[in-house]
Design a protein around this ligand. Structure first.
Ligand code: NAD
Ligand code: UDP
Length: 344
């Protein structure tokens, strides 16, 4: 049996495909390459010695989905495909709702028609809004996301909850990611955002290789120990492995389940800069600017539910996140454009 991985060529998708293949799972990746490169999965194949199937196409294309479910014995779907740039979602809300919400609904319709009812969905800690207390556990009420991207994630969660209620045969995991960072330890795959990075760590690594001049630290006046925002950064390989644990669980349980995927530890922006400087030996010039609209002061997970129910927890600490992020960026200063893997 084969797992369909939508958005499989992207940052989290490619690392998860690698872990799935390494665990002996057959994988078919579907990606429209709107924010990724075919090269990522070529490198995954080179690293694992196993070739994932790949189809370049769109998750909103129902005809294509029907063909995939007819042609291949799919027993579950890991659904990463979507757009994720918060600022862009404010200026192009329709594109975001179409990709993220319509895309997810189209996928579920095709799954239902094919009788495939096992689904892992990429949600986000953003659905909690601005919680009153830390750490955040899964019982913390979902808040009011401050942008269309966050709303699209919450909407899809609600759609999937209703779907699970309507038909108890579905097995659905809503994985609420905290802040994935870092790269596979080989340095061959990593985060390669198109354009100027929105997220902190790719911005830092691109400053370190000279692609960007300096980092703007968004806000030095938060009510945190050093005044900068605190987040729960999780190594991408730990996050990827969380998907395998969720899939194992879904193979034995029906219903809709929610798990935080985080470490339970928060670091400030200044902590992150210092840790990166130690790992890379490079100074990161930065300037403290105003707060970024929609940002919250702090956000970290209670990671206990995933540990208890999935037997999964993050093992890789900040030093390894930084070392692996730096290995990837320094060996691939232009991301996947740095050098293509020869094709057989
Ligand atoms: P990414 O952009 O690297 O990966 C998403 C992939 O989906 C890309 O390869 C893109 O080409 C593809 N895609 C987009 N729209 C598509 C469509 N309509 N049809 C087919 N393919 C499509 O992003 P990522 O960081 O790997 O994120 C994966 C998922 O996790 C996304 O749904 C994102 O919202 C969610 N998420 C990410 C983070 C994060 O910080 N990276 C945090 C929480 C949730
Ligand atoms: N941040 C920053 N400068 C940047 C990007 C991010 O200071 O160029 C801060 C941001 O304000 C937040 C933290 O870094 O406190 C993590 O931001 P990111 O966008 O990576 O993730 P978020 O938690 O906002 O989704």
């Amino acid at each position: 049996m084969t797992l369909l991985v939508t958005g499989g060529a992207g940052y989290i998708g490619s690392h998860t495909v690698l872990e799935l293949l390494a665990a002996g799972q057959d994988v078919l990746a579907l990606d429209n390459l709107s924010n990724s490169s075919r090269e990522s999965l070529r490198r995954v194949a080179a690293l694992t010695g196993r070739e994932p199937g790949f189809i370049q196409g769109d998750v909103r294309d129902r005809t294509l989905l029907d063909r995939i479910f007819t042609d291949t014995a799919i027993d579950g779907v890991v659904h990463f495909a979507g757009l994720k740039a918060v600022g862009e979602s404010v200026s192009e809300p329709l594109r975001y709702f179409d990709n993220n919400v319509t895309g997810s609904i189209t996928l579920c319709e095709a799954m239902a028609a094919a009788g495939v009812r096992r689904l892992v969905f990429s949600s986000s800690a953003t659905v909690y809004g601005d919680p009153a207390a830390m750490p955040i556990d899964e019982n913390c009420p979902t808040g009011t996301p401050t942008n269309p991207y966050g709303r699209s994630k919450l909407m899809v969660e609600q759609v999937l909850q209703d779907l699970g209620r309507s038909d108890p045969r579905w097995s659905i995991a809503l994985l609420r990611y905290f802040n994935p960072v870092g790269a596979h330890a080989s340095g061959r795959i990593g985060e390669d955002p198109h354009g100027v990075p929105n997220n902190l760590l790719p911005y830092i690594t691109q400053v370190a290789v000279g692609r960007l001049k300096q980092l703007s630290v968004f806000g030095g006046d938060y009510p945190t120990p050093d005044g900068t925002g605190i987040r729960d950064y999780i190594h991408i390989v730990d996050l990827a492995q969380g998907h395998l644990a969720a899939l194992d669980y879904l193979r034995q349980h029906t219903g809709v389940r929610i798990w935080n995927l985080g470490t339970g530890t928060g670091y400030s922006v200044l902590d992150m800069i210092r840790a990166f400087e130690v790992a890379s030996g490079r100074a990161i010039p930065y300037v403290i600017t105003g707060r970024r609209a929609g940002d919250i002061a702090e956000c970290w997970a209670d990671a206990g539910k995933a540990r208890r129910e999935l037997g999964w927890q993050a093992h890789r600490g900040l030093t390894q996140m930084m070392a692996d992020a730096w290995r990837w960026q320094s060996e691939n200063p232009d991301g996947y454009a740095t050098g293509d893997t020869p094709q057989n």
